[in-house]
Design a binder for this molecule. Sequence first.
Ligand code: COA
Length: 326
Amino acid sequence: MTRTLRVRSFPLDSGLEVAELTQAYHLYGRLNARRDNAVFVFHSLTGNALAAEWWQGVVGPGCAIDTERFAVFCPNLLGSCYGTRGLPSGTAVTPRDMARLAARLLEAHDVRSVALVTGGSLGGMVALEWAVQLPAVTRAAVAFGAPAAHSAFAIGYNHVQRRALELGGEAGFALARMAALLTYRTAPEFEARFGRETRADGLFQVQSYLDYQGDKLVARMDPASYRTLIDAMDAHDVGRDRGGIAAALQPCGASLYGVGITGDLLYPPAEVQAWVAAAGGHYRELESTHGHDAFLLEPQAVNEILREALDRNGAASATTQLEVAS
Ligand code: COA
């Protein structure tokens, strides 16, 4: 069920204060009597609060994020257009802001210990931010395909999208999505899937696929929100004003899992491995031909990693005395 939390006088990373925000979130399952079975799932760039839909096989009954065992909170991230409201148009936000706003749900639900925070891509960046901000309440944090700071290469890819958005209209937005999609997948996958196949009208199938995906996003997302979110990704740097990445992450190192994805063009495995080593966390690798999007497309491998993180960090204890969450 999708709910909302009203937050007044919310200070942003930029120094601005927003008079009132409405944090939308979906809650699957129920909090137990000890209120220690909460899991937070953060969506990626174009995702929403419906984690059981976009992370099918990962969030649901019997999955690693078992909605019969855990109270699964999935906030719509600040800046996104799927329910969270109140940000004046054009206001810059960061993954720090997104994590800090989502954390207001803890107090609202009287939760003092969280079994797991997780997400992929932008969601992974927010999970890292959360872990840094709340090491004492976070028993495990798993970031899939996410950097500790947005790299020059990733900023470059986003800049191409930004310029496409600035062309204006639906065509510009669709172009941004197409450019992004090429970084979410791999050459071998496209080769196996489309090769040099053409449609009856002569268009290559890969062209047809990209056109379709561009149009599909245009039909479902607000380009201004998309722009806010890619700007936020570029601002991501867990080490900023915290003495660098290692100093920021070390306090939560043992609870931290960083998952690199083979063939990820955006956030290559070596980059993930480097911050995990600096943090003293656990590195795991998701092997897939899909590249960056593998965290959405390989639920079995994702489940294995999440189960390990949950088991190792005592989340399994959070199973008894269910009661309805307030
Ligand atoms: N021509 C036209 N359309 C085609 C096509 C072709 N040659 N080949 C496939 N399609 C269409 C399919 O009909 C299908 O349409 P539908 O979505 O309306 O059912 C769609 O493309 C399937 O897309 P595909 O990418 O193949 O699905 P998938 O199961 O491999 O991946 C997602 C699902 C959600 C991961 C993917 O679609 C997506 O949105 N990726 C981007 C997600 C994202 O934002 N990633 C994180 C970045 S931060």
